[in-house]
Design a protein around this ligand. Structure first.
Ligand code: B16
Ligand code: MG
Length: 213
């Protein structure tokens, strides 16, 4: 297989910020009296902040104006950023550094492709601020996953053709996005059950990247 670059999703693949997203949205939902649980939260994986809010507001009894929605998203993000302050290199998920080092040894390019506008902050907090060859994130795209825009942007920044890229994703929306972009995809975590993924694994600790590419 001609893989020349690996593009990693951030939240749920490199670091478990997904739990902090849940806690912050849960606080907003509780304050607004809207039902929200971990199962509904699974639908927010990989989708943008405003789209996540829309999914939560589907269960609201009242209609929210655009200004109210922007305000709620801002409050959520402020609380989420407070939670992110606890992040450190110790929060990098199991197996991640082993795989990244294996790829560097083989001169395979590595990038981040994340829907999160907090990507630069998170990468700094976990000590990987200048580790990747390219970073494409929610600040630079119009359409979030399942649209392939963020992964195509990462490939473009690396100057590698999409068909030569492998994406590592934890979200069904991210698996869809990678395939729509003409890339191969390794589903981990929640997406390890996604049968559309080219490869699947519980997490990166059980992956020998040299066997895949
Ligand atoms: P933010 P990923 C995604 O990150 C999260 O999975 C998703 O839950 C979140 O809504 C989205 O980022 C936007 O995040 O509010 O920080 O801009 O999985 O694409 O790395
Ligand atoms: Mg993710």
């Amino acid at each position: 297989m001609s893989i020349r670059a690996v593009i990693f999703d951030l939240d749920g693949v490199i670091v478990s910020t997904d739990e902090y997203h849940y806690q912050a949205w849960k606080k907003i939902a509780d304050e607004e009296g809207i039902y929200f649980d971990r199962e509904i939260n699974e639908n927010l994986r990989g989708v943008s902040r405003m789209e996540s809010l829309e999914i939560i507001l589907k269960r609201a009894e009242k209609q929210y104006s655009e200004a109210e929605k922007l305000n709620l998203a801002q409050i959520k993000n402020d609380f989420y950023r407070e939670l992110l302050n606890n992040l450190s290199p110790a929060d990098i998920l199991t197996g991640v550094m082993k795989v990244l080092e294996q790829l560097k040894e083989r001169n395979i390019k590595i990038a981040i492709g994340s829907s999160s506008k907090n990507t630069p902050f998170i990468l700094e907090k976990i000590g990987l601020g200048s580790y990747f060859d390219a970073v494409a994130d929610g600040n630079e795209i119009k359409n979030s996953k399942p649209d392939p825009e963020v992964f195509l942007l990462a490939a473009k920044k690396l100057n590698i053709q999409p068909e030569d890229c492998l994406v590592v994703e934890d979200a069904d929306a991210g698996v869809e996005a990678a395939l729509a972009g003409g890339m191969k995809v390794l589903g981990v975590g929640f997406a390890s059950n996604n049968e559309k993924a080219t490869f699947r694994a519980k997490d990166l600790s059980v992956v020998d990247i040299n066997e895949i590419i």
